[in-house]
Ligand binder design. Sequence first.
Ligand code: HEM
Length: 432
Amino acid sequence: MSPNDNTEQPTGEPLGASASDSARRVSRRHLLIGGAAAGAGAVAAVGIGAATGSLSSQSDSDNTGSPKNSKEYESAAKLFGEGTVSPYGKHQAGIVEPNPLQANIRYAAYDLLPSTDRNAIKRMLRVVTGDIERLTEGRGALADSEPELAEIPANLTITVGFGAELVRRVNPNLVPDWLAPLPAFTRDQLDASYSGGDLMLNIQADDPLTVAHAHRMLMRDLASFASIRWVQSGFRRAAGAEPAGTTMRNMMGQVDGTVNPDPEVDEFDGLVWETAKAGWLAGGSAFVLRRIDMLLDTWDKVARSAREETIGRDLPVGAPLTGTKETDPADFEAVNSLGLPVIPDFAHIRRARSTDPNERILRRGVNFEDNGKAGLLFACYQVNPLTQFVPIQQRLDELDLLNQWIVHVGSAVFAIPPGFKKGGFVGETLFG
Ligand code: HEM
């Protein structure tokens, strides 16, 4: 199965490459990142040379491939900013593509105005789609007053989600049963200002100004249809800061995202992507966003070994406590010399792991840090939160060593409509 409906095709990959080859395949974006960050000298030189119109940068580069002078920096940065991700495809962009995911993330939720009826929703989605197309291609939005800001697409993707109220206004019979607030968990301390919403935009790019400009343009598009409910911004390491494919670290310093379904290996249809039986949502997904505060002041006082036992993985490389490498499988049966489990009974990975393969979720967490708070914008995709996210979170809510240092403060669920074709618009299947 190819998850790459949305991105440029990689160059030079032999047909029939194995799954593990494919997992490491090199898209144009990887080449640029790899070239800039890891110093694939020739690639970096060709890229930079092409941008500056000279080949001199090859000899100017040191053998780390890092830009040596400000001019090279400018060129490398420009190439980065030029990266585009097609908004078209079977699935919306910004979920499994691009790979690696971008560094700057903004979730914005809107409430529909009372006057925004079925026809208005259709108009709204067409307007938004037009600007998604323009902005992701690096063109100014409709009547863009600052089109220069759109010239750096930096792998911009804009993923759209629908709350129950939007679907209901279009057709009350089409609201999936899971599209509702999640059942309450005992430890929740939810704040309405980070929860709910009728429409969600997830704007992601490798440049923060690109994200800010795209959001401002879309906010303008939405002004006569909806009002802003909340905005939550997050980040990963800057693009190029580490080799492509590195699992991100969260604000607790842990490698976070290791055990996750992989579109190159796992069957995503029926696990992450809705199938034909989901009707208008086929090719779409169900999205859960949880804002989780981390109590870092007390966490910082915990011994390193205890922090590792809390998760069940080490801090240097994210290896399970029963292994040495990040990718080693966790051995939940292993015991130490005292006969105690090496991965504690209430360690996060033991409690989060399910024996039911249908209970997995595609995790897409990002860090946040604002107003003196830090934590994780825990985001995940699946076909049904009630049978995937909820049972996992029920186990964690009941017992997880990590609970002493985290508080869930925001919660939202959105239906992610499928992707769209050129000439179509996001969410069109909802209108029959
Ligand atoms: C701030 C809160 C959280 C932090 C800091 C955190 C951190 C981590 C870390 C470090 C790992 C191990 C590496 C990996 O496989 O990714 C992990 C695994 C995992 N987490 Fe979390 N997590 C948090 C919340 C959640 C929530 C809310 C869920 C879902 C309800 C969840 C589900 C999982 C799953 C399914 C795994 C993989 C378990 C396995 O090995 O099979 N996590 N988490």
